[in-house]
Ligand binder design. Sequence first.
Ligand code: SAH
Ligand code: SF4
Length: 448
Amino acid sequence: MNERDSEIMAGQLDQMGYQPAASDRDADLIVINTCAVRGSAEEHAFGYIGQLRQLKDERPGMTLAVAGCMAQEAGTIAWLKKHAPQVDLVFGTHNMHQLPEMLDRAAESDEMVVDVWQSAGEVVEHLPSRRKDGVRAFVNIIYGCDKFCTYCIVPFTRGRERSREMEPIIEEVRALADEGYQDITVLGQNVNSYGHDLEPARDLADLLVELEKVDGVRWLRYTTPHPRDFSQKLIDAIADSQKITRHVHLPVQAGSNPILKRMNRKYTKEAYLDLIERVKLKIPDASLTTDIIVGFPGETEADFEETLDVVRRVRYDSAFTFIYSARERTPAARWEGRDPVPNQVKKDRLNRLMALQYQISLEANEQLVGKQELVLVEGVSKKNDRVWACRTHNNKVVLIDRDPAEDLIDRFVPVRITGAKTFYLTGQQAGRPVSPPSPRRRVELPMV
Ligand code: SAH
Ligand code: SF4
């Protein structure tokens, strides 16, 4: 979602006559679009902002702006005023559509201009955007989050849920397909809350079924769903679809019922496993992925064992695993003060979880050997320029031999899977590309 926001900011800058700079050193303007979801992302941003001080000293005429989720936190503003007075402009997630006007104000002011809205206004349509080249595009469908999981800062930084109307979303996807974008991901913090606030109410399944009718769209993805609202109607829509990718990402976060309750996830381990069973029943070839947090305040060894148990039962294709990170203003941050899991224990649990998941990922990949898959060629492998790096519809990386005489970038190509590793598959081209070259083909070969 941050990347999508960056595309919209870049689109506004395009309209103002800015052009992309080759590096920080050449830039007249740097906008740092921050993420606040975990402490590590924040430290990264603070470190980078600190480094830019020298650049600003050398070229005082340049403009430095800090945007995004971190700007919504009072602590960040205080830190910037104290440690980074070189920053010219700070703005948050709710007013980035006013970037041109804010830049004008920053140019006229000698002081740091801080313009952070505490809540969002109406959904703003028809913002310009500079999308990445290629055939993949992201489309926002719902902003904000009303779930208030007790560890999570997103409801504070992104505000209440606001859905876009269906018609402008369909129009946007039609326009993207006309431009040659074939792999579309619809975005929301809680993508399956889509439409409950519209008049009349709509849902994600309704929207996906409409988007599927758009000519030129080959793969249709959605991220991120919440297990609580993942309806049978949506499962059926995916099962019946030729375009909605058979990849179901269902963040479980933890396996222990007391922890799930204190996380405010509003499902039990049993309800989650039942949902997974229903998905497997209707979409037997679905690839399943998840997000997991270890070391939530008060998590015992027995609680953690429940998480391992879920991983063993579901057998995810892959998982994003995180150590719990205390976030300002959230209830769990107060509990972390009273009942933290020691750092060493957190790390140990993360390692054990990853070891189990890696084993399962490898076994899941081995099951694919001998099968035929359609892949999207993304670029030349960074490690070996005789190899194309490709992706399957369910997000698995496949490496195939590259004939330097043929340019396959952004093409959909059939491959036969020949080998499996924990994080990728190897394969061989098994036919001609099924799609024409992308109309916005990059000049140089991307390395991925
Ligand atoms: N809306 C999505 C994802 C939100 S953030 C959802 O509900 O699934 C992406 C992931 O970051 C979460 O799924 C969670 O696993 C992780 N995360 C969020 N807050 C965190 C925190 N305070 N500490 C560690 N991980 C966190
Ligand atoms: Fe955060 Fe929970 Fe909302 Fe996801 S559903 S963004 S984890 S509060």
